[in-house]
Structures are given as C-alpha cells and as structure tokens.
Design a protein. Structure first.
Lengths: 105, 310
C-alpha cells in the first residue's frame, strides 16, 4: 500500500505479533482496525508483569502472526517462520550455510 | 583467458614479493622458490593469486581504471579500516587491471562460533562515519544495487525455473534506487563497502581485522552494508544472538546507519535486506539451473522469503 501522507510505499512489520504498516520514506505508521487495541493490550500485559523479566535473546525471530514476548531481535514479516540455528536447519545446516552462503556475494 | 592469465598473475605476485623491502637485496624469498604459490579465487569476475606474503588480484573485465584508482586511494587513506594496497595504482595485464595486496588470514569457514561479528560491525561503523568529502575524489557510487541488478539479470538469462517468479516479483516490488536505477535517497549517503560478507574480512600481519575488496566501495546508503547480515538473519541463516551481537557492536561503535538504541532497525534495513535476499536467491537459482541440480534447503529458504515479500 501507499503512504496516505507522502505516497511512498509502505512495508509490513511484525511488532509483538501485530502486523503494522510503516512508510519507507516518512516512517509514518498505519494501523488496521483493532491493531491499536492489540498493541495497547500487549503493553498493559507487559506493564503488569512485576518485576519484568530481563530481556533475553529469543531462540527464534518472531513468527508472523504469533504473539511474542518482548522481542529482543524483531524480524520482518517476510522472514523465515523458524530461523536461527537450532531451528529447522539444525547443526549440520548451520555449518553448511555458514561456510557457503555467508562467504559469497 | 584464465589459462594464460593465472600463470602471468602469479608471476607478477612473485615479482612484487621478491622486490619487497622487508628482505635484504638479493636475500632469499621466504617462499623457497615457488612452493608458496596459491590460487585464492578463480571466478568469472576475479582471479586472485598469492605468492608468499603478496596477493595479486585481476579485477573483473571492464573495470574502470579511474574508479578503481580512487577506490585504491581510499583504502590507502583508511588503513585502520581497509587493507591498504601495496601499490596505489592498478597495472594492466592481459587486458585486465591488476592490484597488489599484503596477504591476510581469512575468516575460518569451518568455525561459525569464531566469526568476527563485532569486528565486522565496528569496521563498517568506522567506514560509514567517514566524511566522504575528505576522501580522494571523484568517489564513485557504491555498487551494491548494481550488483543485485546483475544477479537478477543472470537469473533471467538462466532460463525458466519454478523458483524464478517469486524472486522476480520480490525484485519488482523494490524502489528504483534499490534496483540500481536511481541514486540512494538524499540524506542517506555515506561511504559504503558495497559487498559485505564474511569473505571480505582478513587479519593482516601486525594488524587486526580489516575489510578487503574495494571493487564495490563508494557512496550510497550505508544500511546496504548491514543488510546482508540482516537478510541472513531474516532467512534463518544467522541466529538472533549473532544478529544482536552485530547490531549492538555497530551501535556501540557509533555507526550512523541505524536509528538510536531502542528504535527498531527494520524500517532502515528492510528495503536493502529485501534486495540482498532477492540477489542471493537469484544467484542460487541461476547456479542451480546451470548445474542441473535442485535447490538445497538454504537456497529454498531464500526463495520462500522472496515469496512472502510480494
């Protein structure tokens, strides 16, 4: 979709399990119906946890659509549902992707 | 061409090594007479050979002398960030431009846990914080987007493949600057490496980690240099821990491409990370078509990510 303010393309991000659109140019944010309430609800849940747990790195990037704990490392909506080593790639795949993909243009 | 180029290139490397100032005149080369020759790369776009502590590189056919000379001068000017060349001007050999470099120890491909994520991020932060106006001129454009466009052209030329359409759609959805068809947006310009991956870091004698390969260096959106690790992370090739180490080190070193700590990095990284995912997927599919083999699991993950973009 296009930004209603500056007409640049908007991209979808996953914030705490809520899909939001952000403008690539002016950084404005567009929320669908109910998304503001979802974010407020998540914020309240977070605020009610006392004392808050320390933010630990997640094992995986957030899965699109899935509610998340505090995201230490957010990922884009187009990202892999199960990323990172220890995910579906496993140890062998991690070594393979490391030595192969991470060393070439 | 390669069959005659490689021996000639090795001979040049040997000649530079044997003239090295670190040896007394007439003293023996530590190579012991040829045993230290090695071919480090032999690709369509580059040949790299080593003799003792000297590396000679034949740049891609069609490389412009003026741009390469400026890029060498930038490397010579920033020896704390970039490996400085042994000679500041390229020379011609068999119709190619060649340059000479000190040998450096590369990142160990067999040891993911030893990958220098912090060093890579810190070097990039230093590069991005450098004032381009204070560097040798005319500084060319960073060639990241042009390189991505070339990968997509290679995919189109490879012939039909079921994985090609999602990659082409993801590419078509990108803004024109990310496809190399317009300059980077105003306000997002800095000195960039242009082709960062783990093969672009070496430890040279008596120095720490340095960035190598200045062929794509120039001005552009510095987020491009962070976007390949971002794409690896998004596609599940890089763990959240490694990605966080990389991002934190970049911010600690004052890297200007990202918003302040606490602000989400993805609005800045998203477009270049999409472009680099499409580039990597395009090359993977083109290579698989050429070799007549199926995509492996990692290559398929890149194609799947393209499918979720558009």
């Amino acid at each position: 979709m296009q930004c209603p303010k500056c007409h640049a393309p908007m991209h979808t991000y996953n914030r705490n399990g809520v899909q939001i659109e952000q403008c690539a140019n002016c950084r404005g944010i567009f929320l669908d119906y109910g998304e503001l309430e979802s974010l407020t609800r998540l914020e309240n849940q977070w605020g009610q946890q006392a004392p808050p747990p320390p933010a630990v790195p997640q094992a995986y990037p957030p899965a699109p659509g899935a509610p998340q704990a505090y995201p230490a490392a957010p990922a884009p909506a187009w990202g892999a549902p199960h990323g990172g080593h220890g995910g579906h790639h496993g140890h062998h795949q991690r070594h393979k992707s490391f030595g192969h993909m991470l060393f070439s243009s | 061409m390669t069959t005659t180029l490689l021996p000639a290139l090795t001979s040049e490397a040997r000649s530079v090594a044997h003239r090295s100032a670190v040896r007394p005149p007439g003293g023996a080369c530590p190579c012991g007479g040829g045993a230290a020759d090695a071919v480090l790369a032999d690709r369509d776009d580059a040949q790299v050979v080593r003799h003792a502590d000297v590396v000679a590189k034949a740049h891609a056919p069609g490389t412009g002398r003026r741009d390469l000379t400026v890029r060498l001068a930038v490397a010579a000017r920033l020896p704390e960030l970039l490996l400085p060349p042994l000679r500041e001007a390229p020379t011609a050999l068999h119709g190619r431009l060649i340059t000479f470099w000190p040998h450096g120890v590369p990142v160990d491909r067999g040891d993911p846990d030893a990958a220098p994520w912090e060093a890579a991020a810190t070097l990039l932060a230093g590069l991005h914080a450098t004032d381009p106006a204070a560097l040798p001129q005319p500084l060319p454009q960073m060639r990241g987007p042009a390189k991505a466009a070339r990968a997509l052209a290679r995919l189109r030329a490879a012939g039909p493949h079921p994985a090609a359409p999602p990659v082409l759609r993801a590419w078509a959805a990108l803004p024109d600057w990310a496809r190399g068809e317009a300059p980077a947006p105003a306000g997002r310009r800095g000195l960039c490496h242009g082709d960062l991956h783990l093969g672009q870091l070496v430890r040279a004698e008596g120095r720490g980690w340095r960035l190598i390969d200045v062929d794509d260096l120039g001005t552009g959106d510095p987020a491009w240099d962070l976007a390949r690790p971002a794409a690896w992370y998004a596609c599940g090739l890089l763990s959240p821990e490694e990605w966080t180490r990389f991002l934190d080190a970049y911010r600690r070193a004052g890297g200007p491409a990202l918003p302040a700590v606490g602000a989400a990095p993805w609005p800045v990284l998203d477009v270049p990370a999409r472009a680099l995912t499409a580039q990597t997927a395009a090359l993977a599919v083109a290579k698989a078509v050429a070799a007549g083999r199926p995509l492996d699991e990692i290559e398929q993950a890149l194609v799947d990510a393209c499918g979720r973009m558009a």
